[in-house]
Design a binder for this molecule. Structure first.
Ligand SMILES: Nc1ncnc2c1ncn2[C@@H]1O[C@H](COP(=O)(O)OP(=O)(O)OP(=O)(O)O)[C@@H](O)[C@H]1O
Ligand SMILES: [Mg+2]
Length: 317
């Protein structure tokens, strides 16, 4: 029997606008080529990626009592995610408006209801999971810096999760304030830290690490507790545990949209690691899941099934 994964974090929709998207003020009306409303959020995309890979996964998050909240839940369910722990809050559902230009984009985000997620919400989901599943599960946290209430109590929550038999992981994503405050206290309670290359260097430097080299930064962070698995865009990624470093390249394919590639990497890495595969395999699964996710539009449009991922890896070697 496989473990249940709880992914706790952000949940929102992405409104992706393309065409003449560089705003001109003065009430100028600009015409778009397309406008699409899709599932966004690091936690929502990671949970969808895990479900697509056949993992039993529930999202723990807060959305508003509004149309966007209903649609977020509907899209998660369509992707196979258990939404029993997606709670409502008295605030509008979070939204990211993405102005998608040629080779670059601007992202305007309202965190809204997602920021109301509490450690108590996650504890409740853990208690229900413990009552229902055997062996116990894994807790993955995404988007630390968008969730101030959860972040404030995260070290204690992670410690409780581990005491209850859960394994733990964190993908902080970027800190808009760039202070990286609060991450240090979480490190001893994590089995896995899943930053991208820029985040790994920035977190290590915020803790006194001197190097701008990403592998040195990952080693610095790994010395404080977790296995560190680093995402590095088209180049792929690597994991550091103790003295070991395990690299895997990205897959060469025609990229449609890289939104959420990091969250899909997390899903691939976690699904292999939780199945007991070694770190070299887990990194390969992470990079392949990240690369394959770029085949389709939005964060979840290109996410692979287990069979598709295995076939892509077999073809690449
Ligand atoms: N252009 C690309 N071509 C092929 N694979 C890619 C490309 N971009 C990303 N990937 C794959 O996706 C994985 C994760 O991507 P990336 O390093 O961009 O994560 P990230 O910065 O956390 O992204 P985000 O937080 O925006 O989802 C990489 O390890 C790689 O395997
Ligand atoms: Mg990321």
């Amino acid at each position: 029997m496989t473990v249940k994964v709880l992914v706790a974090g952000d949940a929102n929709l992405d409104l992706v606008l393309a065409g003449d998207v560089v705003p001109r003020f003065g009430q100028a009306e600009q015409l778009l080529e397309s406008a699409q409303l899709v599932l966004g959020s690091s936690a929502g995309i990671c949970a969808s990626g895990l479900a697509r890979l056949g993992t039993d996964v529930a999202l723990v998050a807060r959305v508003g009592r509004d149309l966007f909240g209903d649609q977020t839940v509907r899209l998660l369910r369509d992707n196979g995610v258990d939404t029993a722990h997606v709670l409502r809050a008295d605030a509008p559902t979070g939204l990211s408006v993405i102005l998608s230009g040629v080779g670059d984009r601007a992202i305007l985000t309202l965190t809204g209801a997602m920021a109301a997620l509490t450690p108590g919400d996650v504890l409740q989901a853990m208690a229900r999971t413990l009552a229902m599943s055997e062996p116990v599960g894994h807790l993955h946290i995404a988007s630390f810096f968008l969730l101030p209430v959860l972040a404030g109590g995260l070290p204690e929550l992670l410690a409780e999760a581990r005491a209850a038999g859960f394994t733990t992981s964190l993908d902080t994503n970027w800190d808009p304030a760039e202070t990286w405050a609060g991450v240090e206290a979480c490190l001893p309670h994590l089995d896995l830290l899943l930053p991208n290359a820029a985040e790994a260097v920035a977190i290590a430097r915020s803790l006194g690490g001197e190097s701008t080299d990403v592998q040195a930064a990952a080693r610095f962070l790994a010395a404080r507790g977790p296995i560190v698995a680093v995402k590095d865009g088209a180049a792929g990624g690597f994991a550091v545990a103790g003295d070991g470093v395990f690299h895997a390249p990205g897959l060469a394919l025609e990229v449609v949209d890289t939104t959420g590639a990091g969250d899909s990497f997390d899903a691939g890495f976690l699904s292999a690691w939780l199945a007991g595969d070694d770190l070299a395999t887990a990194v390969r699964w992470g990079t392949a899941a990240g690369s394959l996710s770029t085949r389709g539009f939005g964060g979840t449009g290109g996410q692979p099934t287990r069979a598709e991922l295995a076939a892509a890896l077999a073809a690449a070697t």
